[in-house]
Design a protein around this ligand. Structure first.
Ligand SMILES: C[S@@+](CC[C@H](N)C(=O)[O-])C[C@H]1O[C@@H](n2cnc3c(N)ncnc32)[C@H](O)[C@@H]1O
Length: 498
């Protein structure tokens, strides 16, 4: 029976349909898949399996091809981590900075968990090896001892302080949490959902359904054998940044990303070559996680390139000869202005217009900060077009900027579907305001975004439609728009700059 499902693609563990034989405790995963997955495990395992590799640990892989928009898995939580009631919150106040880290210890309704669930919580999830360095964690162990003494339901688990600490580290790295208050009760840890890896060009994304079940869907076509991924740092413009900035963000989660985009050249960060008119790209040092401490700022442990290489004259250029100070300033300023609420759109469009010029001059038009300034400028202009009787920019400028954005995304991050769709939708809205159809705003609706767009409309961007030469979306009432921090009727990820 096992062979019938898996034949020709990979070898299952004898005890487990859902796991490749490389996974050590396949039977254990199988048991929880049977308990928590929606649908039969046999059905799910036609397109989904867990494997183990040295580079990624246990990770989810597509066993067969998956179409964009398809549901990959739907899973109930192993255990939920609920918002704290007042008594628990007061109790945690005494722990100062540790409060947030300790919160899950009191957020679980321990009385409703059995021994099997608690064992699975400690055994089936990833905890970074550095969290085993107990000597660095005496304050944490003491806090766990105190919590176990003070909170009888927690004490009833029978866990030692070290086991509780391991659980807290596990939650830290594996939690699925949707920041919307209406979804606060859905927060939890999920056995199979926790095995999706991170990628800076992900092929899947997750959401909770109305009952709080975790569901992963494909956001682009996925080939058999591909690692299943989502973005651990949100799907907004975080993924547009340089490899360095992404590494710094991911360092808070204790790992250095080894996705295909991070292994390749950092195309989002070209800087002008001081020797010729070409562009230099950074040569990052090979780095692993050994420099990370358990707590504190791990971002500081991330090393920037000392040498850069020009793609034109091939010179090796020391970092000291490049405009890194200007880069740091723009990398901070542009997202700040982009994030400002829409009621200052007109002033912000002015600011961004200046920042675009500054970034193009100091860093060159290919740098992500320059791209983002252009993208954000288009957003603000769209808001102005909708709301203001007089505008200070020309239609030709908007067209040119939209085409720039489309080309940049196509060349630098062709697989970042959500970001490309986001830009495409902005073009569609501009086209609706000013005419011309998306083609004249930089997008050919048939190729290659057409397919992605259709997939996205099937999943989270419901209501959008691809017409012959334009994209049309649902109108959002003006009242909603005033409450939104970002663009009206945009996909939700637009407002998530973390
Ligand atoms: C939530 S866990 C994923 C499951 C985990 N691989 C396991 O063995 O159970 C996150 C961890 O997986 C690894 N990981 C995920 N995505 C990665 C990536 N793109 N590059 C390197 N390691 C990754 C890192 O060790 C990270 O801390």
């Amino acid at each position: 029976m096992f062979v019938a499902v898996c034949c020709g693609v990979s070898r299952c563990s004898p005890m487990s349909l859902i796991c490749h034989e490389s996974v050590r405790n396949g039977d254990h995963f199988q048991r929880w898949a049977e308990k928590r997955l929606r649908g039969s495990v046999q059905e799910v395992s036609k397109s989904f399996e867990l494997r183990h590799s040295d580079a990624l640990g246990v990770h989810a892989v597509a066993r067969s091809a998956i179409s964009a928009g398809d549901l990959i898995i739907a899973e109930d939580a192993l255990l939920r981590i609920l918002p704290l009631k007042d008594a628990a919150r007061r109790l945690l106040e005494r722990f100062g900075d540790l409060e947030g880290f300790l919160q899950p210890a009191l957020g679980v309704d321990w009385g409703s968990t059995d021994k099997e669930v608690r064992e699975a919580a400690l055994e089936l999830f990833y905890a970074h090896p550095i969290t085993e360095r107990r000597s660095q964690e005496s304050a944490h162990i003491t806090a766990c001892e105190e919590l176990l003494q003070m909170w009888p339901p927690l004490r009833a688990t029978g866990w030692s302080p070290a086991q509780l600490l391991r659980f807290l580290h596990i939650v830290d790295l594996n939690i699925h949490k949707d920041e919307r208050p209406s979804h606060a009760e859905f927060t939890g840890i999920f056995v199979l959902g926790s095995k999706f890896s991170h990628s800076c060009e992900p092929n899947a994304s997750w959401s909770f359904d109305q009952r709080g079940r975790l569901q992963y869907g494909a956001i682009r076509p996925i080939a058999a054998g591909e690692v299943l991924t989502f973005s651990y740092v949100g799907n907004g413009m975080n993924l547009i940044t340089s490899t360095l900035v992404r590494r710094q963000r991911l360092a808070t989660l204790c790992f250095i990303c080894r996705c295909e985009r991070c292994k390749g050249p950092d195309l989002a960060r070209p800087l002008p070559c001081p020797r010729c008119r070409g562009e230099c790209l950074p040569c990052y040092p090979d780095q692993d996680e050994s420099g990370f401490g358990i707590h504190g700022s791990r971002c500081d442990a991330i090393e920037d390139a000392v040498l850069w290489r020009c793609t034109g004259c091939e010179a090796q250029v020391p970092a000291s000869e490049l405009p890194l100070q200007a880069e740091a300033e723009l990398a901070e300023l542009v997202p700040q202005v982009m994030q400002a609420p829409p009621d200052s759109a007109s002033e912000d469009a002015e600011k961004l217009s200046k920042l675009r010029v500054k970034a193009a001059k100091a860093l060159g038009p290919g740098h992500w900060a320059c791209f983002l300034a252009t993208f954000a400028w288009l957003q603000k202009c769209l808001v102005c077009l909708r709301n203001e009787p007089v505008i200070t920019f020309s239609e030709a400028e908007l067209h040119a900027a939209s085409v720039e954005v489309a080309r940049w995304l196509e060349v630098v991050t062709p697989k970042n579907v959500e970001q490309r769709l986001c830009a495409l939708f902005m073009a569609a809205r501009l086209a609706r305001q000013l005419g011309g159809g998306v083609r004249s705003w930089g997008y050919d609706p048939e190729c290659p975004l057409g397919e992605e767009l259709q997939a996205a409309t099937r999943t989270e961007l419901r209501g959008w439609e691809l017409k012959e030469d334009c994209v049309v979306g649902p109108e959002v009432p003006q009242a909603n728009f005033k409450r939104l921090k970002s663009l009206p009727s945009g996909p939700p990820f637009l407002s998530r700059w973390v």
